[in-house]
Write a protein that binds this ligand. Structure first.
Ligand code: HEM
Ligand code: HEM
Length: 200
């Protein structure tokens, strides 16, 4: 995705709010998926307890993603050009769009699957979100189709994304990771002119 038109002069790092949401998202995403794996079949209090956390964290991810997209729209973002070849930059851009699609589609499909029989969803015992549509088996089936198959995209796209980031960090040793780490030093040649050491 290209920097926002409001960017002006491009900064060296992502905005602090986006960095905070990015790493919080990574942790919550791991939690939501691991919980999904261990939810048992049948009916039990243990299952309901796990579902309570799965759903509450999932809806938290949806809210964080909405906030992140608003911040992204309003902020100046770091430049992409020059850091990686254009084909890689394009692949990264496509991956980032897919990550946002996953971050929206998984919670939304989970919510519609869960509420399609008229139940509300309790979020951490703080408030409950009512069903937004009338009960429907068609919606329930469609939502489950997206939710259960969407997990493949979760594993593949996030796996590729994390592997690419680590490749940049360990093999390329460029500034891609530093842009997502608050306060991380960029290599001097890529720092804004006024921040470079005087000797340069
Ligand atoms: C990023 C957010 C989410 C991710 C990555 C995610 C992922 C998953 C995965 C991988 C499964 C297992 C699917 C299967 O067994 O084939 C699952 C099941 C489920 N999810 Fe989510 N989910 C998310 C958010 C939500 C939300 C927000 C809700 C509801 C409000 C929800 C409700 C459910 C339900 C009801 C199940 C079925 C559990 C069962 O009975 O086995 N999910 N989810
Ligand atoms: C070990 C795990 C992860 C690492 C090391 C990592 C690393 C990074 C890095 C270095 C960037 C900046 C890329 C650039 O400047 O072009 C980035 C961006 C991004 N990451 Fe991750 N990430 C991880 C997990 C995740 C997860 C789990 C998600 C969401 C499901 C995610 C979603 C995103 C998105 C959407 C962007 C694009 C930001 C934007 O331009 O708006 N990341 N990540």
């Amino acid at each position: 995705m290209s920097p926002s038109p409001a960017a002006g002069r491009a900064p060296s790092h992502f905005p602090a709010a986006m960095i905070a949401i990015h790493w919080t998202t990574a942790v919550l995403m791991a939690a939501v998926v691991v919980i999904a794996w261990i939810i048992p079949r049948g009916q039990s209090d243990y299952k309901n307890w796990l579902l309570f956390f799965h759903e509450s964290i999932g809806l938290t991810l949806l809210a964080l993603t909405a906030l992140r997209l608003i911040v992204r729209h309003l902020s100046a973002l770091p430049e992409e050009s020059g850091l990686v070849p254009w084909l890689e930059a394009m692949a990264a851009r496509v991956t980032h769009v897919l990550l946002y699609v996953i971050l929206l589609a998984m919670p939304v499909s989970g919510f519609f699957f869960r509420t399609a029989r008229g139940d509300a969803v309790d979020v951490f015992g703080l408030f409950s979100v009512p069903p937004l549509l009338p009960p429907s088996e068609v919606v329930r089936k469609a939502a489950w189709f997206v939710h259960t198959n969407g997990q493949v995209a979760v594993y593949v796209v996030i796996g590729l994304h994390a592997a690419a980031a680590l490749f940049h960090l360990v093999v390329r040793r460029d500034d891609v990771m530093a842009r997502m780490v608050p306060g991380a030093q960029l290599t001097p040649a890529r720092q804004p002119a006024e921040a470079r050491p005087a000797a340069e």
